[in-house]
Design a protein around this ligand. Structure first.
Ligand SMILES: C[S@@+](CC[C@H](N)C(=O)[O-])C[C@H]1O[C@@H](n2cnc3c(N)ncnc32)[C@H](O)[C@@H]1O
Length: 285
């Protein structure tokens, strides 16, 4: 089931569409360079696993501001890359950067990948850097992405491993909250950053969605927050959400705890923390 949203977009993931068209998406769009620095440590492993050919038609799912779509377009220089995302502000940034960089074999489409009417069999390979953990119905979403792939088409994505292995997330949030973030035992697979942390679930979801030869390889990267990391982290969606009901003095105390917590990770003015990912590959059955 889906509703028709902005620009006639089919929307099944209404809450995600609200978040990524609200503060969260605007923050990523306004700080696209900074966010790319945080997450781009996974690019080499993701692209090595995707093995994109120079003639390939590539789909980038949840492309955001489009760094990986642009990289895919450069690799598939006789082919084409299409980025799909449900965030209006991030797509505006994606189109602008591609134009600034003079990349012409790329396009960006608004869409909820769970229900988007992709051209059937239109792509050789689908990729995603962290854009596939937010589906309310992941099996339906991956089946829809599978329909967009040609027979034997390949899916390659990066998603996060368990929260406890991801310092870049737990250390700042623990400092801000004053206690360790808790993970919901009642809904461990709720849409969100860690919904595909369990490799058994990845295999189950992808098999149900019609993929075979599913492989999940653990990859560890540096997540580089850069300089002035505390101010940046405090401005992000998760920090704002967790501090939404607290007063000014409590925010000041949270800032102090955060600055102290980041210090051991700072070298020459740059904060680097640990990120734990799966790089997942699968083939359309
Ligand atoms: C963590 S950001 C990653 C963005 C981008 N892949 C990158 O690495 O910079 C997650 C992205 O997934 C997108 N997203 C979430 N749910 C989606 C859905 N159902 N369909 C399409 N995009 C979705 C968000 O709008 C956001 O751009």
């Amino acid at each position: 089931m889906f509703k028709l949203g902005m620009m006639g977009m089919r929307i099944a993931n209404t809450e995600q569409a609200q978040a990524w068209n609200g503060y969260e998406g605007t923050h990523w769009a306004d700080h696209h360079d900074r966010w790319n620095t945080v997450v781009s440590g996974i690019n080499d492993e993701l692209f090595a696993a995707a093995a994109i050919g120079q003639d390939a038609e590539v789909l980038d799912v949840g492309c955001g501001t489009g760094q990986t779509t642009r990289l895919a377009a450069r690799t598939a220089h006789h082919g084409h890359a299409t980025g799909v995302d449900l965030s209006g502000p991030m797509l505006v940034r994606a189109r602008a950067t591609a134009a600034e960089e003079g990349i012409t074999n790329v396009r960006f489409e608004p869409g909820d990948a769970q229900v988007h009417p992709f051209p059937e069999g239109g792509f050789d390979v689908a990729i995603s850097r962290g854009g596939i953990m937010f589906f309310a119905d992941p099996a339906a979403a991956f089946a829809n992405i599978g329909r967009a792939l040609r027979p034997d088409g390949r899916l390659t994505f990066a998603c996060l491993r368990e929260m406890d292995r991801n310092d870049w997330f737990t250390v700042p949030l623990t400092a801000l909250l004053g206690h360790k973030p808790e993970f919901s035992d009642s809904a461990p697979y709720a849409p969100g950053m860690f919904s595909l942390a369990d490799p058994g679930r990845i295999r189950g979801v992808l098999s149900e969605a019609g993929f075979r030869d599913v492989r999940a390889v653990p990859v560890d990267t540096a997540m580089v927050y850069g300089s002035d990391a505390a101010a940046f982290i405090l401005s992000t969606g998760p920090a704002r959400f967790n501090l939404r009901d607290v007063d000014r003095s409590a925010i000041e105390r949270a800032r102090e705890r955060l600055t102290t917590a980041l210090r051991p990770y700072e070298e020459s003015g740059t904060v680097r923390m640990h990120g734990a990912w799966w790089v997942v590959t699968a083939t359309k059955a």
